[in-house]
Design a protein around this ligand. Structure first.
Ligand SMILES: [Zn+2]
Ligand SMILES: [Zn+2]
Length: 434
């Protein structure tokens, strides 16, 4: 290799894959780079506390200035927090209601940033709630390309316009009862008006911002973009819909449902590489090992792949092969997961499979080192549970049954209904009986 190696200043991983590193220079530590996994972990956890702290301090300072007392400042901060959260919730609800009105599905509805404390599923929708009143996101699923531009513009406009309407209505109500309201309800109403105006106006301005979900356009910009789209871009956007829905289903839901969604596209030959990667993972997870293996082998042979895609396919192939449990399949899985790991050592999915394969090939200690990685906390709970199952199996194989039981208990708390957890529990019970 002649490429210079980049080194992550947090986890120490090295790779010549430049794109997997971001700048992490600080005044204190000087120039440095972080791998994308460490960056995501730090954004999600430390970034969350920083966000909460800054917001709280700003609210407390304004509150103290407004009310002149410490208790007043705390009350102000709490009211401001709730008012800001309400404005964001109304914004996203308006988008979702507009989408429903024009027959567009809303598979994912998320409000609040930082740690998402609750993930629940209602009527085929994912509801994600975060602590901080800093962001909201909905994912749309268009049934067809009919009227795409108008629908998209209408849905984008609904959020900020509803904020402005709410602000107007509460402002009119405040005017009507001017001077007759108790202090805190009046303050709450005033803050509600301010946050709704800010959110409405800011979102109508056309701009782009980089977010944890990638570069996103403001509602104002989305409206302009919708009308500027070519027919091909509309087709692509509508085509992406199925992938996005299937991807969220894969992360938080049922792998069998993912297979049901993507199989027709795979069989029609119309799947792009992202869809093939997702489908091969879902096949392996649902016991359709041969389908998964065939899909990976074909894509590795035929498709033009970038480094990340190649690593993902090698990883999915290794994952499916290790379930076969034959010596040949395990051998190949070991080689493939090692190759995937050297291509893309920072990817958590690849580290997870690598650990699984290492346990299967009696290298439990190496596997344990991989599974004791705090960064898995950025993954959805079912994924974290899988890693803990691998850890439990590794401990059990080493005869450390107490630790195995602890890992399994932690996995059960994260994903009580997971098949993988149930299988691991049966394995451990069998081993304890023997
Ligand atoms: Zn790192
Ligand atoms: Zn919006």
């Amino acid at each position: 290799m002649t490429e210079p190696l980049s080194r992550c200043c947090y986890c120490g991983v090295t790779s010549d894959w430049e794109e997997a590193f971001v700048d992490a220079s600080t005044f204190r530590n000087g120039p440095g780079k972080a791998c994308v996994t460490c960056k995501a972990y730090r954004d999600k956890f430390q970034g969350f506390y920083v966000n909460v702290a800054i917001t709280s301090i700003v609210f407390l300072v304004i509150g103290y200035h407004t009310t002149g007392s410490a208790i007043g400042a705390v009350a102000f901060a709490l009211i401001a927090y709730v008012a800001a959260y309400a404005a964001i919730a109304l914004h996203e609800l308006a988008h979702a209601a507009a989408a429903t009105l024009v027959g567009v599905g809303v598979p994912v509805f998320s409000i609040g940033g930082g740690r998402q404390v609750r993930v629940s599923r209602t009527a085929a929708r994912w509801l994600l709630l975060g602590f901080t009143p800093s962001e909201g996101l909905i994912v749309l699923s268009y049934p067809s390309r009919n009227g795409y531009r108008m629908k998209s513009a209408f849905i984008s406009a609904a959020g900020p316009l509803f904020n402005l309407a709410c602000a107007g209505a509460v402002y009119a109500w405040l005017k009507q009862y001017e001077g007759a309201l108790p202090t805190y309800p009046e303050l709450a109403a005033q803050l509600f008006v301010i946050f709704n105006v800010l959110l409405g106006v800011a979102n109508l301005l056309p701009f782009q911002a980089s977010t944890p979900y990638g570069v996103m356009s403001s509602d104002g910009r989305s409206i302009l973009e919708a009308f500027a789209m070519t027919d091909e871009q509309v087709d692509e956007a509508v085509g992406q819909t199925l992938f996005v829905v299937a991807y969220f289903e894969y992360l938080f839901g049922s792998k069998a449902a993912v297979v049901e969604m993507v199989e027709p596209v795979i069989e029609s030959g119309g799947a792009d590489i992202a869809m093939k990667i997702l489908a091969s993972a879902a096949y392996a997870e649902t016991g359709n090992l041969d389908k998964g293996i065939r899909l990976c082998r074909a894509a590795l042979e035929v498709d033009v792949l970038d480094r990340g895609q190649r690593a993902a396919l090698l990883n999915n192939l290794a994952y499916a092969l290790q379930f076969k449990e034959t010596p040949d399949a395990l051998d190949e899985a070991e080689q493939l997961s090692s190759e995937a790991y050297s291509l893309c050592p920072m990817a958590l999915a690849i580290r997870s499979t690598r650990a699984l394969v290492l346990v299967a090939t009696d290298r439990e200690r190496e596997a344990l080192a991989l599974t004791r990685d705090r960064r898995f906390k950025i993954e959805p709970k079912p994924t974290q549970a899988k890693v803990l199952c691998t850890q439990a199996t590794a401990y059990a194989k080493l005869g450390e049954m107490e630790r195995a039981a602890e890992s399994l208990a932690a996995a059960t708390r994260l994903a009580p209904d997971s098949d993988r957890v149930a299988r691991t529990r049966a394995e451990l019970a069998e081993q304890a009986a023997a």
